[in-house]
Ligand binder design. Structure first.
Ligand code: GLU
Length: 325
């Protein structure tokens, strides 16, 4: 470039810089500096401290995790429920897509993945000969029992705790995972356990054991209830709550999504997960239990744990089943 060209170029750059100095960004549509922060999800409900609750455990029953003994052989997988599923050619599985690690939509592939999804795939493999013959139905935590009672799904595979109260409405497989309820808080929150939640705002999902336990164990907490655990993470990030409390397995998935959060405190309850099945479908319960027995014995359970859940620590091994018959 000659000297005159260089000078002209410098002038243009100077003119642009002066222009930039005067530049005012246009207002961002839809924002209002006088508002007090982002809105809550439309279905969020505030439950102030001290509002009485129902009994989390519900009526007492001997051992809610005792299920029906599995069918001994693959050819014994017969019965009206199984025949109907085979005639349809697909297993209808209720779950949600917002539970990182257990059932979530992989943003890269658009497919639904996770530990619960893979357990459902093993059930489909044994029933239909193909782990892909599944149709997913999205369910919020509070919709799980009703979806089974209404027969809109064959099974629920959604971090579902087996309780006496739920056993009055639905049946369960044997236990396939053991979680325990803890707390997720921001690193610098000063929250280290359940005692620190007195007078604080805690997010829980409606219709869960997590909500009932917090109301019973820490009645001095103000609750915000929402529809799924991803909404709780957003509320925590936006400063609308101080903590989230649910199963450590679900909290670990949220913590992976936000490095400024931490799972804290001692376990406050045992949360044995079972596959939910409508009542009077004993053929399906026994078949699902046979699948769970198979994956406990053939190494599949451990490989699924290693695929999804090592953030919880090394594999504890599959939980041992108990049976009532
Ligand atoms: N395990 C708890 C329950 O079954 C919470 C799980 C969830 O909301 O998916 O209520």
């Amino acid at each position: 470039m000659n000297r005159r060209g260089f000078a002209a170029g410098t002038l243009i750059v100077l003119a642009l810089l002066v222009g930039c100095g005067n530049y005012e960004p246009p207002p961002v549509p839809g924002t209002d500096s006088t508002s007090f922060g982002p809105p809550l999800p439309p279905d969020a409900t505030a439950i102030p401290a001290g509002v009485p609750t129902t009994d989390a455990a519900g009526p007492n029953c001997d051992d809610p995790t005792a299920s029906l003994r599995p069918v001994p052989n693959p050819e014994d997988r017969v019965g009206p429920t199984i025949d109907a599923i085979r005639a349809r050619g697909r297993l209808l599985v209720g779950l949600d897509t917002g539970s990182n690690l257990f059932s979530f939509r992989d943003p890269q592939t658009g497919t639904i993945q996770g530990f619960d999804v893979d357990i459902a795939r093993e059930i489909a493999r044994d029933l239909l000969g193909d782990p892909n013959l599944i149709e997913f139905r999205m369910l919020g935590s509070a919709e799980r029992e009703k979806a089974l009672q209404d027969n809109t799904v064959d099974i629920v595979a959604k971090t579902m705790t087996i309780t006496c109260a739920r056993r009055q409405k639905i049946d369960f497989s044997s236990v396939y995972f053991e979680a325990s309820q803890r707390i997720l808080a921001l690193d610098d929150s000063g929250i280290a356990g359940i005692a620190d939640l007195a007078g604080r705002r805690v997010c829980v999902v409606n219709g869960t054991t997590s909500m009932q336990h917090i109301q019973q164990i820490q009645p001095a907490a103000d609750l915000l209830t929402v529809t799924n655990w991803a909404d709780c993470l957003l509320a925590l990030q936006q400063g609308q709550v101080d903590a989230i409390s649910t199963d450590d397995s679900i909290l670990a998935g949220l913590a992976v999504q936000d490095p400024y959060t931490r799972v804290v405190g001692d376990p406050i309850s045992a949360e044995p997960y079972g596959i939910g099945i409508a009542q009077n479908k004993t053929d399906l319960v026994r078949s699902v239990n046979a699948t769970l027995d198979r994956i406990r014995a053939d190494g599949t359970w451990i490989s699924l744990y290693d695929r999804w859940l090592t953030v919880l620590g090394p594999s504890p091994g599959p939980p041992a089943p108990t049976y009532q018959d």
